[in-house]
Design a protein around this ligand. Structure first.
Ligand code: EPZ
Length: 437
């Protein structure tokens, strides 16, 4: 198993490029499943979740070829003939559930494992299933699998309202609705850039979606689509993560191949910390402040503060010159990283869905681990400023959503390296020092 070993105290200096967006690439890969042909996707990030989802597509009979050097992916969905996604793969990554909308939309049938929960609690899919039922599909549960079947006459347009707005349900129902007969109206639809870029790609394939980026989408079903040709937009969560890393370490960092517009309210909230920010058409320059101002935040759907950046913000607020709060209104218990930050000396109290953070606190390096992707990266951020050595264990969580994290941070001057280790219960034996047994 891999861990990241950091020595804190260095300011980040220099420039790195932001990789393609995981949460946009996954819907785009699903769109390729809607056509009898070969689709091409550029700037696909080299991430575990992308490999996992590629295998989900392969199980159905699609051919997926990914060139990790060029980050280009070709998906040939002309020979899809197996309409099932197994538990072993879906449990590894919740977004595998998108295959249900794609198979149901194109073939009228699918049998897909229900995704499990995740580190911070249940992740329901009721909105997905209610959307499919509204389109006329018969949905049943069979030993942990969702079995979906369209009527012989195919899916038909419907009026659907999401409560709360859901990124995944919006993506999944769009996948089913674009080839349905008639018009579908989605109300309270998600407006995240991931969804807008995905919908725009579907329109370039011949779909007829209007209202993208607003809460109401109208989809006029079409009989077939043309192959996808798309460039994955940059990852706004990776971008925000590196901006926070630069501010925390009082660094001077330029982030390239970025899309500042996808940050929504985060950009102005970030400026309130005192960080100096210059914004270009496809880059952002961040200069960390001498003193980080405490800025309390509350997550919200786009364009509000992204829930996927709240763990990283919490780490930064431990270094602020004053107390602050972080409230997550999307996921009420997404605070599994807090106990690990406490072990590094942070002073944080979580009450309900709100973390009360004491600033500024001295962080001391330690062995830490988190159980989810964004929680893990918040521990890396803490390790960048902590005194001494921090080992962040179970790096596979990070590898799901951050491409070459330690390579990029090293290029910015951080003292960080990847090492292998074995976990024996709670005892961690550094392999390189292990006595020959
Ligand atoms: C997407 O998850 C992202 N994942 C998540 O990022 C992100 O945290 C989340 O959106 C919120 O922005 C991908 O895009 C692959 P939701 P998703 O459906 O679609 C409730 C990361 O770190 N809900 O918008 O699963 C749900 O419980 C990941 O990259 C229902 O009640 O999120 C939550 O409270 C983590 N019923 C709220 O909606 C449903 O059927 C928003 O969830 C679906 C969702």
């Amino acid at each position: 198993m891999d861990k990241l070993v950091l020595l804190g105290g260095r300011s980040l200096e220099g420039e790195v490029a932001i990789s393609g967006s995981k949460n946009t690439a996954l819907p785009l890969m699903s769109a390729a499943m809607l056509v009898d042909g070969v689709s091409t996707l550029y700037n696909v990030p080299r991430l575990r979740d992308i490999y996992t989802y590629s295998n989900v597509l392969r199980v159905t009979g699609a051919h997926v070829h990914y060139d990790p050097e060029t980050r280009t992916m070709h998906i040939d969905a002309s020979r899809v003939g197996h309409f099932e996604a197994p538990y072993e793969l879906v449990k590894k990554m919740r977004a595998s559930f998108y295959i249900l909308g794609a198979l149901l939309g194109r073939f009228g049938r699918a049998r897909v494992s229900l995704p499990g929960g995740c580190a911070w609690g249940p992740r329901p899919v009721n909105l997905h299933l209610e959307g499919f039922r509204a389109l006329g599909a018969e949905i049943s549960l069979d030993r942990g699998y969702v079995v979906a079947r369209a009527p012989a006459s195919g899916l038909r347009g419907a009026r659907i309202r999401f409560e709360p707005p859901s990124v995944g349900a919006t993506v999944n129902v769009l996948l089913a609705a674009v080839l349905a007969r008639g018009t579908t109206r989605l109300e309270n639809a998600a407006m995240e850039p991931d969804v807008v870029c995905f919908g725009e790609a579907l329109n370039r394939m011949g779909a007829r979606i209007s209202g993208l980026g607003t809460p109401v989408l109208e989809i006029e079903g079409v009989p077939e689509l043309q192959p996808l040709l798309a460039h994955t937009p940059p990852d706004r969560i990776e971008l925000g993560t590196y901006m926070i890393a630069a501010a925390m370490t009082r660094g001077r960092v330029r982030l390239l191949q970025a899309e500042p517009a996808h940050l929504g309210d985060f950009l102005e909230i970030f400026r309130q910390t005192g960080a100096r920010v210059e914004v270009g058409p496809d880059w952002i320059y961040v200069e960390g402040p001498e003193v980080i101002q405490p800025v309390s935040i509350q997550t919200a759907v786009y364009p509000g503060f992204p829930t996927d950046l709240q763990a990283q913000w919490t780490a930064m607020m431990t270094q602020a010159d004053g107390d602050s709060t972080v409230t997550d209104t999307i996921y009420f218990d997404r605070f599994k990283h807090v106990p690990e930050l406490l072990r590094m000396g942070a002073q944080i109290e979580v009450v309900g869905n709100r973390a009360h953070i004491r600033g500024r606190t001295r962080l001391i390096g330690a062995q830490v681990m988190s159980t989810d992707l964004r929680g893990s990266v918040s521990l890396v951020l803490a390790g960048l400023v902590a005194e001494g050595r921090t080992d962040v264990l179970r790096v596979y969580h990070l590898d799901r959503g951050y491409e070459a994290l330690e390579v990029k941070l090293s290029a910015l001057g951080a003292d960080i390296r990847r090492e292998q280790y074995e976990e024996f219960g709670t005892v961690v034996l550094p392999l390189e020092e292990e006595e020959q047994m």
